[in-house]
Design a protein around this ligand. Sequence first.
Ligand code: PEP
Ligand code: MN
Length: 363
Amino acid sequence: MALELEINPIKHWLPQLNNPLLIAGPCSLESEEQAMETAKLLAKDHRVFVYRGGVWKPRTRPGSFEGIGSIGLKWLQMVREETGLPVGTEVANAQHTEEALKAGLDVLWIGARSTASPFVVQEIADVVKGTDAVVMVKNPVNPDVQLWMGAFERLSQAGIKNLVAIHRGFTPFRETQYRNYPNWQTVIELRRLMPNLPIICDPSHIAGKREYLFEIAQKAFDMGLDGLMLESHRDPSCALSDKEQQLTPADLGKLLDRLVIRNVKSENKQFENQLELLRSRIDVIDKELLELLSSRVEIVKQIGQYKKENNVTALQINRWTELMEKRVSLGEKLNLNPTFVKILFQLIHEDSVRMQTEIMDSE
Ligand code: PEP
Ligand code: MN
């Protein structure tokens, strides 16, 4: 069931927005000079609407740079005075939130590790209550859409209406070249369940490396997301955190030049008609797919019955290994992605084994 919380569109708190929302700035603020110089370079690009800078840095393991602390808030205030850009940082507890609000920051974001803790989200919500700060919530480190939604519900219950979700990928739970697995499915679920919630993408923390930033950012626009948060540092080679994934402001500009921003809808009638036609063909094919799966289930049940009568196990690993190899290789001949075919047949097989064991265990 979709959840319609009272959420303001981005333009409500950022009336100058005339493009997707782009938030840029260093992973961590390191010195007044680094904060200011990066900000001045970024502010020259009119596609940048908000400046970010981490002040308190959540590090997975202790020992690396944990942020400059409260002094960074002062630099953010200076950036806003100098460039006119709204400024934001990550908060991870009530004290950070109090300090950030006291410093007059426009945007606060809750990091991926904090979103996974309802206590932390609640304490932040309790402090923001009654202000008009913008609160952005990164996805939790695990792909749990309910936990992500729960954070918005807590903030909404505290009367906070300026809300944005940030997709920054998930701790890898399957092989990936990225630092964090994008699992777009979870983002699609969030959009379906909370249709009026703006969602932006953080390609920097998904990618982990500069070379992947463009493909992730483009994918975010292809999926109709509302903007991007990208890390940018005046000199990434000496950044104190996340140096491999940050771009100079000039390289950020080049990346933005290449991105194609797509519309959610088209005004072109002919396009809409053609799309309708193609979609109706997809509907027919999907129906055929389901009918085929249903016929397959009938046979699976017969096999289950037969195995039961002959006292043979539901899972027969040799048959399964052979089946998988054959399906993947046939799929490849039919231009299907092998990983897709593998996952598809894992699901089909899992359900077949479940049905067969049910038959075997029934009276
Ligand atoms: C960050 O934005 O610098 C950060 C630490 O993000 P995340 O919570 O996504 O790891
Ligand atoms: Mn970072």
